[in-house]
Design a protein around this ligand. Structure first.
Ligand code: ZN
Length: 49
């Protein structure tokens, strides 16, 4: 499980609350807040695939 602000590397991640997906394209990009459910820093992401 990953938190907003971590740098998990390239991949597609899904919000565990609403399943909104984000794609991260490089190793320096941090996981964002979820723009759909607005859970802010409490959002948990999981890697897809
Ligand atoms: Zn969400």
């Amino acid at each position: 499980m990953l938190r907003t602000g971590q740098k998990p590397g390239k991949g597609t991640y899904a919000c565990m609350t609403c399943r909104h997906r984000v794609t991260i394209k490089d190793d320096e990009t941090r996981l964002p807040f979820c723009s759909r459910c607005g859970y802010g820093t409490r959002v948990r992401w999981r890697k897809l695939g």
